[in-house]
Structures are given as C-alpha cells and as structure tokens.
Design a protein around this ligand. Structure first.
Ligand code: F6P
Length: 325
C-alpha cells in the first residue's frame, strides 16, 4: 500500500477530525501518501480528492464535525456509482481506503472490497455506540457529556416549576446514549428500545417517585424507544390524561448532540484508531474495523461489525433501576 484514501461518511461525530489527523500523520510517519476524499462516498464517485500532509491537519484535534465533510450517498448503493468511484481511485493511484463512519458506511466498504478486491479499513465513528466489535464508538463519549450537560439545565427549570420533562435523545435504534446519560444525569426513568417497560409501569414509577417526595422528574427517552408504540409527544399526552395534576413538557435535544469539541477520551480513542487502521493496512490486512475492548485496540472483520448486534449492558440496566428510586 502506497497511497491511502480517507473519508468520513454517514452522520458526523465529534472525534472524526482527530481520527483524520491521526490517519494522515500515520501515513506521513510511514512515508506513504494520504488522499482526503470529500463528502464521503459521493465525493469518491465525483473524484473530489485532495492530497493531505501533516500540516493539512493542524489545529483540528479539538474541532467537532469533519473537515472532509460527510454525506449519505444513494448513488454508491448502485453498481454504476461504485464503478465510477473505483475509476477515480485508480486514476489517483489510491490503493486502499479508510472510512470513518457507521454500519451503513461499512456495508458500502465491504461491497466495494468484494467487487474490486480493494483493501479497506473501518473506523467506527457515530454518537450512537451501536456497532458490534467495539465497546465505544468515536463521538459517543462527547455526546454523553453534551446530553448530561443539557439535562442538568433542564433539571434546573423542571425543579423550579415542579414539572415532569420527557427528554428525547438520539441513538437511532440503540439505547446506549439514553441509558448512560440518564444514569449520569440522575433521570427518574429511562426508556430505551431494548426493553419496553409498558405504560402502566411508567405511571406507577412517576406516582411512586412523587409519593417519595420528588416534586419534579426527568424521563430520558431514546429516539428509538417505542413504549407501547408511542412517540415522546404521545407519551406526554398519555401522562396528561392519566395524571392530570402533572405539568408535563417535552424537550427533543436533536442535532446539538452531534456537535461540539470532542472529549479527551474521544480524542485519544480517535488517535489510537487512526494509527491502528493505517498500520493494519500496511501489514497487508484488509476489511477490518478497528475497535476498543478492555482498553486494548482490537480488529473485527467488517462483516461481523455490520451483522453483529451490540448488546445493551444488563448490569447498567440494573444499576439504573436501583439508583432511580
Ligand atoms: O447516527 C447518528 C444519528 O445522529 C442518529 O442518532 C440519528 O437517528 C440520525 O443520525 C439522524 O440523522 P440525520 O442527521 O440524517 O437527521
């Protein structure tokens, strides 16, 4: 491998820039070239490339978002789109690529590898922490801190007005952000897609927390949660109807969870993953995702990363039941 392409793809996540910096500098360290590919796979299809060197990644370790921009490309799902992308990579002399993204981006990389026998490596970058083969994805730790800070603020106003707040957080189909940020912010109840406690239990829990002297409550709801098939706004209506003396509000945190300067943990993780991704390619290996487990860097075949299911931590679920009393 002499020239590595690098792209960020799918939803952006804090720490992507730190990973870009690490990939570029590892290439420089090993005397190989690095080509930045803009706007994910769409930029690959259009040949939107730029040569990167150690100085092109100055002062980005602390910046949220991604300097390479990101996109979800529908054209890359077609054979014609991938063929165009391959031609551009070949013309530019790129002989391997590293993609920083989530499972959709990895699926694209896998198909590309199968079709063109092209070496690829994945770095898991998503705030959702929903990827098999790594305990933490890039951006997750930062998003947790952002969510906890936001809920702390909501708690101030909830407590001043004796209100119940439903706070919806991101995570797609995973409850990791909700569960961890919920525990961290001291939420009274946490609703996640991995377990449906049902509406009765929600009402019981709200009433019993009031009986125990709590005057305000925070219920963290994962966006993928479907307690009794209800959205967060329908949950509010349901509580309004069944507990009429509760003053209920909804706060959807939205895309602010994806922004901001990455935490130190995410910066270090990004640096480790970037080095590991490039060095794995240089070892002649391909089609792996780098990950972290027990604080060690590990490799998981991309296929397993895509097909495997990242499980919710049962011990954390129990902790949350105990500490929310
Ligand atoms: O995967 C990251 C994520 O922020 C999810 O938590 C969320 O469901 C989705 O992306 C939002 O996507 P978009 O930015 O396209 O609205």
């Amino acid at each position: 491998v002499k020239k590595i392409g690098l792209l960020t793809s799918g939803g952006d996540a804090p720490g992507m820039n730190a990973a870009i910096r690490a990939v570029v500098r590892t290439c420089v360290y090993h005397n190989i070239e690095c080509i930045g590919i803009y706007r994910g796979y769409q930029g690959m299809i259009e040949g939107d490339f730029e040569t990167m060197d150690a100085r092109s990644v100055n002062n980005i370790i602390n910046r949220g978002g991604t300097i390479l921009k990101s996109a979800r490309s529908s054209e890359f799902r077609t054979k014609e789109g991938r063929q165009k992308a391959y031609q551009h990579l070949k013309n530019a002399g790129v002989d391997a690529f590293v993609v920083i993204g989530g499972d959709g981006s990895f699926t694209g990389a896998m198909i590309f590898n199968e079709e063109f026998d092209f070496p690829v490596m994945g770095i898991p970058g998503t705030i959702d922490n929903d990827i098999y083969g790594t305990t933490f994805t890039l951006g997750y730790d930062t998003a947790l801190n952002t969510v906890v800070e936001a809920i702390d603020k909501i708690r101030d106003t909830a407590s001043s007005h004796n209100r119940l707040f439903f706070v919806e957080v991101m995570g797609r189909d995973a409850g990791d952000i909700a569960l961890n940020a919920g525990i961290g912010a001291g939420a009274e109840e946490i609703l996640i897609p991995e377990e449906d406690l049902g509406l009765e239990r929600l009402l019981e829990s709200l009433e019993s927390s009031r009986k125990r002297g709590k005057t305000s409550s925070i219920v963290v709801v994962a966006e993928g949660d479907k307690t009794a098939g209800k959205s967060v706004f329908e949950l509010k209506e349901y509580v309004n109807e069944n507990l009429p003396d509760y003053d209920v509000r909804v706060s959807v945190l939205g895309h602010m969870q994806r922004g901001g300067s990455p935490s130190c943990y995410d910066r270090v993780l990004a640096s480790r993953m970037g080095v590991k991704a490039v060095e794995t390619l240089l070892d002649g290996k391909s089609t792996y995702m780098v990950g972290v487990a027990c604080d060690k860097m590990i490799l998981t075949p991309l296929e397993d990363a895509v097909k495997g299911k990242s499980e919710i931590d049962q011990e954390l679920l129990r902790v949350s039941d105990i500490v929310t009393i």
